[in-house]
Design a protein around this ligand. Structure first.
Ligand code: PGA
Length: 249
């Protein structure tokens, strides 16, 4: 059975003291949600976040990693390093990584392999740009992003994959895909998985929506049958807003 997941992607926000305040505020929130809750602080604050949240139900995840085990990759961080501080899940393929750091499907396939080889769970992000959608190419783009980065994997590997559909035109813009647009794309993604790996695998994979999810729109988006949660940027930086979204489940 797939799980509901709400993950907060803090991006390059919050220094150490801001991180401590936000973690504390998150721990003070009340919830009866059935969703798994995750937060992704910056690398410098991950270790602190793991220790602060060790007795909570909030998992600390990383925003990125390198595919190599170690070596001459100045400024990079490996899966083993993340695991050594207790981080078991990593976000890969975020559109900002693709756009500003030239991450390609081929590179992401290597990162996915490296994370899975270390027993980590991957939240794999993808999504079309506005021009793709205007041209009616959104399914072709999304389909090829998934195939290029993930379709070399075994069916069993999908137990450790979470997908995050994030239309680039909806990230940080205040513009959200309508619940129907999200559902249509999520159904297409699940069918794409089913065509390759069968219904059982497709049914078991959580598919999150990301792009300007807020307390005001979360419930309607999450009510769609193929939307299993959200990857939240801006609204994850305020504990009340983030938990209002978590509590939409
Ligand atoms: P946003 O970001 O919620 O601020 O649109 C989503 C994301 O980039 O994951």
């Amino acid at each position: 059975m797939r799980k509901n997941i709400v993950a907060g992607n803090w991006k390059m926000n919050n220094d150490l003291s801001q991180t401590e305040s936000l973690l504390k505020a998150l721990q003070d929130q009340k919830t009866t949600s059935n969703a798994e809750v995750m937060v992704a602080p910056t690398f410098t604050n991950l270790s602190q976040a793991v220790s602060t949240l060790k007795d909570s139900n909030i998992e600390v995840v990383a925003q990125n990693m390198h595919f190599a085990e170690n070596g001459a990759y100045t400024g990079e961080i490996s899966a083993s390093m993340l695991k050594s501080i207790g981080v078991k899940t990593v976000i890969l393929g975020h559109s900002e990584r693709r756009e500003y750091f030239n991450e390609t499907d081929e590179l992401l396939a290597k990162k996915v392999d490296a994370a899975l080889a270390k027993g980590m769970r991957v939240i794999f992000c993808f999504g079309e740009e506005l021009a793709d959608r205007k041209a009616g190419n959104e399914e072709a783009v999304v389909g090829s992003q998934i195939k290029n980065a993930l379709f070399h994997l075994s069916a069993a590997a999908f137990r450790n994959i979470v997908l995050a559909y994030e239309p680039v035109w909806a990230i940080g813009t205040g513009e959200t895909a309508s619940p129907e647009q999200a559902q249509d794309m999520h159904a297409f993604i699940r069918q794409t998985l089913a065509n390759k790996y069968g219904e059982d695998v497709a049914d078991g994979v959580s598919i999150l929506y990301g792009g300007s999810v807020k307390p005001a729109n979360a419930e309607e988006i999450f009510s769609k049958p193929d939307v299993d949660g959200g990857l939240i940027g801006g609204a994850s930086l305020k504990a009340e807003d983030f938990f209002a979204i978590v509590n939409a489940f």
